[in-house]
Design a protein around this ligand. Sequence first.
Ligand code: PRP
Length: 174
Amino acid sequence: MENKLKLIATQGEIREAVAKVASAIQRDFKGKTPVIIGVLKGSFVFMADLARALDMPLEVDFIRVSSYGMNDSSRKGARITKDIEIDIKGRHVLVVEDISDRGVTVEKVLDHLNGKNPAVLKLCALLMRDGCEAASKVDYFGKTIGKGFVVGYGLDYKERFRNLPALYVMKDGE
Ligand code: PRP
């Protein structure tokens, strides 16, 4: 299986992308104590690195979103299966996504969290797919990517490969 993976970003390249995103966030959230909210499960590795790259006081929470209708664009959607626990009313909030692909998850999460009346709600994604429909809603991103199913650094194929330290695309779709 591993020989069907093609490297698209090394650990060093990922580190640089995380540092770039972190420095923009640190500049924009200066003087605040943001709540950073990871979108489970894929963001868990990026969250851990991003949180440690941010040299500022912050709080951490998680939301879990599961998407459906992957192969049928007319039914595509996302459902929140675990909500955040911190009260974000009046807070500076940053949503942390591993990849913004079709943009369905981003739209769902931002709608949901906006309903809780944060003072500021921004979103960062390590990866953004070329042509992502929600691109205008992604305030910070590390790297754009073309076609291909991405795994590693938190991203899975059938729950495998999340622990790979670099990013790969799967050859032959599998
Ligand atoms: C993946 C990924 C993003 C989402 C992006 O999550 O981690 O959260 O899809 O896709 P979209 O932009 O098309 O909505 P997935 O639903 O596979 O769950 P997981 O994070 O638990 O792996």
